[in-house]
Write a protein that binds this ligand. Structure first.
Ligand SMILES: NC(=O)c1ccc[n+]([C@@H]2O[C@H](COP(=O)([O-])OP(=O)(O)OC[C@H]3O[C@@H](n4cnc5c(N)ncnc54)[C@H](O)[C@@H]3O)[C@@H](O)[C@H]2O)c1
Length: 246
């Protein structure tokens, strides 16, 4: 479970642990990650990991598969940046900021997919031939990117784009790959906004007119894991929201 120390990832770690999984949390944030692993108990572990680092993810994946076969990998680590293609004064978007966001969100997700899938491929297949499921996190910004979301939207669009070829690559070894594209979810990220702004954001949702809960995201991860016929698809989880330009 990457990004498992906070928000959508933390809710998913809780949900998977309730379902009997031995959860390994990979996150850069050691303080909250360790606290959550302790709270979960039942073999839950925290490994301080940067998802963009090949060696760190290799070690974390090995640890995750030590006491039970690795069957589920969920990519939730991610971040955003607000910057336009050119700034109001005409100066260009900072190149390093664009590369940083794409590196964490897209390259980091792929790093975890390739290493987790390799470990899963070496496990014994279940009765139905399945070895595991991988769930990635894009965003509605992959489809309705707003002004100032160019780097974030590009990174999330890349995750949508890799979903089908990853599912095709991994089908021979019985690993499914799906992606969730959340809308406006009530995580620490949005928790920083004043209540009236949070309500205004929620009012723009088609129905129900509110922000999504991390538990609703976690429930969809659990559904994807449990339903062997879901594969190669990106599912919007957004209450019907379509984001305007700004
Ligand atoms: N909250 C929303 O409304 C929303 C909407 C659409 C998509 N998403 C996506 O869902 C995912 C989770 O978002 P959230 O709202 O729970 O955010 P969050 O900030 O609460 O959690 C993200 C976690 O990722 C970790 N992280 C960041 N960079 C990392 C790295 N390089 N290596 C390892 N861990 C790293 C952070 O430490 C943090 O614990 C993100 O990919 C985000 O883009 C969120």
């Amino acid at each position: 479970m990457t990004g498992g120390a906070s928000g959508l990832g933390a809710a998913t770690a809780r949900r998977l642990a309730q379902g009997g999984a031995e959860v390994t949390i990979l996150d850069k944030n050691a303080e909250t990650g360790e606290a959550l692993a302790k709270e979960l108990g039942g073999g839950a572990k925290f490994v301080e990991t940067d998802v963009t680092d090949a060696d760190q993810v290799t070690q974390a994946v090995a640890l995750a598969g030590e006491t039970a076969p690795l069957r589920i990998a969920v990519n939730c680590a991610g971040l955003g940046a607000a910057m336009r293609t050119i700034n109001r004064d005409g100066s260009p978007h900072d190149f390093d900021v664009f590369k940083f966001v794409v590196n964490v969100n897209l390259v980091g997700t792929f790093n975890v997919i390739r290493l987790a899938a390799s470990a899963m491929s070496k496990t014994d297949a279940l009765e139905n031939g399945e070895r595991g499921a991988i769930v990635n996190t894009a965003s509605v910004a992959a489809f309705d990117g707003q002004i100032g979301q160019i780097a974030y939207s590009a990174s999330k669009g890349g995750i949508v784009g890799l979903t089908l070829p990853a599912a095709r690559d991994l089908a021979p070894v019985g690993i499914r790959v799906c992606t969730i594209a959340p809308g406006l979810m009530d995580t620490p990220l949005l928790g920083l906004l004043p209540e009236d702004q949070r309500q205004a954001l929620g009012a723009g949702v088609l129905f129900p007119k509110r922000l999504g809960n991390p538990e609703e995201y976690a429930a969809l991860v659990a559904s994807i894991v449990e339903n062997p016929y879901l594969n190669g698809e990106t599912i919007r989880l957004d209450g019907g929201l379509r984001m305007p330009p700004k």
